[in-house]
Unconditional design. Structure first.
Length: 254
């Protein structure tokens, strides 16, 4: 009987050790989330626009990125694959004001490829994150001709993103700022973003883009909203073609 109990005890010990090994493997393969400061703000959910301040470092303590030093949090739409999987899982469910430490294994980070010279292959990443904003994502508004005129009267910045030859051909809407958005090849103009930011200095500033038919401004406007976080963006849905067809006035390009 004593021998039986001893064998049973060994069996329990073996099962316990195996369970501990399995749990350790699961932890190693999964995301670790540690709440360092609780809050009671809006809860981040898939599909919401979020702004996150963070510091990212390797396991040896090497800091590879820090939004605080830039003075601006990162913004993205949760659940749309705009950030690594460890962030998607680790940010969802956070409350505005909450702070967490995320330990992200390679398979939920940058995997075997790493990220350039900054993050080595198969790196475990540690992020201290703070959710500073969570809201329904802004969208690009589609304006009619009369809605553009009303927005202009209310102080919205009107921006014609066409090329110089197009301005000369049709004229421009009076009061519009002229900032070419795309080169002839279709590539984004290298000076566009700097000139745009000089005009639209705050992400809450209302602005309206227009082009020939609305196609270019639809693409560019959505990029400004979704990737750069501008919250009051609109475009003239039918462009200068619709404007001219409605016999709206233009002024000659000088």
């Amino acid at each position: 009987m004593m021998q039986l109990h001893r064998q049973y005890g060994y069996l329990l010990l073996l099962v316990g050790l195996l369970s501990m090994m399995m749990m350790a493997q699961l932890r190693a393969a999964g995301l670790e989330i540690k709440v360092t400061e609780q809050a009671e703000g809006v809860i981040a959910a898939s599909g919401m626009a979020v702004a996150v301040h963070y510091q990212g470092r390797l396991e040896d303590g090497t800091v590879f990125d820090d939004s605080h030093k830039r003075g601006e949090p990162i913004t993205f739409i949760l659940g749309q694959g705009q950030v690594i999987k460890g962030w998607e899982q680790g940010i969802e469910g956070m409350a505005v004001g909450e702070k967490r430490t995320l330990t992200i294994p390679p398979e939920l980070g940058y995997g075997a490829a790493g990220a350039g010279d900054v993050i080595p292959p198969n790196a475990t990443l540690i992020f201290d994150v703070e959710l500073v904003e969570a809201s329904l994502p802004p969208t690009l508004a589609n304006l009619t001709n009369d809605e553009l005129l009303a927005a202009q009267k209310e102080g919205a910045i009107i921006i014609d993103i066409r090329r110089e030859d197009e301005w000369a051909q049709t004229g421009v809407i009076e009061g519009a700022e002229l900032v070419t958005g795309f080169q002839q090849s279709g590539a984004i103009h290298p000076e566009f973003l700097d000139k745009f930011r000089a005009l639209v200095t705050d992400k809450d500033t209302q602005f309206v883009l227009y082009c020939r038919s609305g196609n270019r401004t639809n693409m560019l406007g959505n990029a400004l909203v979704q990737q750069l976080g501008y919250k009051a963006a609109a475009h003239l849905e039918e462009g200068i073609i619709g404007w001219s067809d409605a016999n709206k006035e233009t002024v000659s390009y000088q």
